[in-house]
Write a protein that binds this ligand. Structure first.
Ligand code: 5AD
Ligand code: SF4
Length: 487
């Protein structure tokens, strides 16, 4: 929802009247109450109050953080990246244990800030908070935390924040699951010209290593009308590139009252004027349909990029992972995609060290990497997640062997990705300019349809525009180029 509409909604709410029963209006009621309270606090202190949102994990979390930021801004906080702020919220991830450890480490630092700032409030939300053991640990060892909520009730943030502002002691509000999808809360985009859009929540796949189905709950698709409305509003607000988000977008729509396929949804999205690029994430190989390949092939808006997690190239390991495809099926699918859409880039996720994995299994994975020639692959060391079936498997792999296999795989992945990238040398490509280059301010960074980055000399006024660049010099995973013309 746009800022003016939000303000208008909040404007209409009478703070002296009863608390609205409609969930969305209820949140706007608390938003308005929190805003009044913050205004008063700012006056008392004679300074602005700052808020900082820190995101761990995936694109879904990044989108959730935009919603948190939207509410904080609407309430009147000055948003900052400095964690020494008056309100700090960590939007956590628990897919692998190292993300959890980072949260605990950083909480120690926050405690130091809080001792020096009596107005500081610390909040935690996201996937990690859906685990009972985490909540117990925080209650016991990090009792200075003020607010904890989970993934299912993030729409209640305004209300929880207000309660936190007016009370003392730790507030914990965790839901086990929900059917509820609350639409139309404010969001603050990191980039004015591109945005993520949730099309579904949760996951029903129960891959045996993965904690996501336990912390994000069962799969729920948003209604297509709501998704399309949101995209239309984003387009009217200057967004040209969108990323449709879900744990398994290929099973979108199956449980809706009027079922619709993901490919059908994409076709509707394509019709929206102003949207020039459409991305989506993540695809499960078992559900990727011919219909989707056909729609992608015909489209000039859907980007030439498919993220298709492999996880393992060994059919035995895939079976134990409960992935429901074999090595051969994955290879056949990748081959079909490359045949139908030759300029597509295929990226993947791979886990090394799943229980029972032998060197032979890793060689099978390496074989798939060589055959598919992934344009990029995110490789992860298996992390044991309490409560998942894989955590209870007896044949956990010793750390040294995992490390050795991981390094072996990484070398091949990097080699094949470089080979793929090199193929584009000398060509031109249309990029959407995203940012000033982090390391060299004279360069701009643009993203190609296939998700590869190109750095080229230019001015920051180009941000948000499409330009054509030459792909002069391949530097492994990205290009250095020159601007040819604006599109
Ligand atoms: N250990 C390591 N990696 C994992 N992933 C999911 N669960 C685990 C785990 N327990 C990886 C998968 C997934 C990506 C988002 O994270 O590769 O595709
Ligand atoms: Fe986890 Fe598998 Fe669902 Fe992805 S598809 S979120 S890996 S359970």
């Amino acid at each position: 929802m746009e800022k003016t509409e939000i303000s208008a909604m909040a404007e209409r709410i009478d703070l002296d009247g009863p608390i609205p029963s409609d969930e969305l209006m209820r949140q706007y009621y608390y938003l308005k109450k929190a805003k009044a309270l913050l205004t008063q606090k700012k006056e008392e202190l004679g300074r602005p109050l700052t808020a900082c949102v820190v995101t761990f994990g995936c694109q879904m979390n990044a989108r959730d953080s935009e919603k948190l930021l939207g509410i904080l801004q609407e309430i009147g906080y000055e948003c900052t990246e400095n964690e020494n702020a008056d309100f700090v919220i960590y939007n956590t991830c628990t897919v692998r244990d190292n993300a959890n450890q980072r949260v605990y480490g950083r909480l120690g630092v926050l405690h130091g800030y809080k001792r020096r700032n009596p107005h500081m409030k610390i909040a935690l939300c996201g996937c990690m908070m859906q685990e009972n053991a985490v909540i117990e640990k925080i209650r016991k060892s990090y009792s200075f935390v003020d607010l904890i909520f989970g993934t299912h009730n993030i729409f209640k943030f305004a209300e929880l924040l207000y309660t936190c502002m007016t009370g003392n002691g730790m507030i914990v509000d965790i839901w086990k699951d929900t059917e509820q999808i609350v639409e139309d809360l404010p969001a603050s985009r990191k980039y004015p010209f591109k945005s993520g859009i949730n099309i579904m929540f949760g996951c029903n796949n129960f891959c045996s290593y993965c904690i996501v189905p336990y912390v994000r709950g069962r799969e729920r698709s948003r209604r297509p009308e709501d998704i399309l409305d949101e995209i239309r509003r984003l387009a009217a607000d200057g967004v040209v590139e969108i990323m449709l988000l879900g744990q398994n977008v290929n099973s979108y729509g199956k449980n809706l009252e009027h079922p619709i396929s993901f490919a059908q949804l994409l076709q509707e999205v394509e019709k929206i004027d102003g949207i020039r690029r459409i991305r989506f994430m993540t695809s499960h190989p078992k559900d990727l349909s011919d219909e989707l390949i056909e729609v992608m092939k015909r489209s000039d808006k859907i980007c030439r990029h498919l993220h298709l997690p492999l996880q393992s190239g060994s059919t035995k390991i895939l079976k134990d992972m409960n992935r429901r495809y074999t090595k051969e099926q994955y290879l056949a699918l990748a081959e079909k995609i490359r045949r139908e859409i030759p300029d597509i880039s295929i990226t993947t996720d791979i886990i090394v060290g799943f229980p029972g994995e032998t060197e032979q299994d890793v060689l099978e994975t390496i074989d798939v990497v060589k055959k598919v020639q992934f344009d990029n692959a995110f490789t992860f060391i298996y992390s044991k997640r309490t409560g998942t079936p894989a955590a209870a498997m007896e044949n956990q792999v010793p750390e040294e062997l995992v490390k050795e296999n991981f390094d072996k795989l990484l070398a091949v992945v990097q080699e094949t990705a470089k080979e793929r990238a090199k193929l584009l040398a000398g060509q031109t490509a249309q990029v959407l300019v995203e940012d000033v280059n982090e390391h060299d301010k004279r360069l701009m960074t643009g993203r190609m349809s296939n998700n590869m980055l190109v750095h080229f000399p230019g001015e920051k006024e180009l941000i948000g525009q499409f330009v054509t660049v030459s792909l002069d010099e391949c530097r492994g995973f990205y290009y250095i180029g020159k601007r040819m013309k604006d599109d």
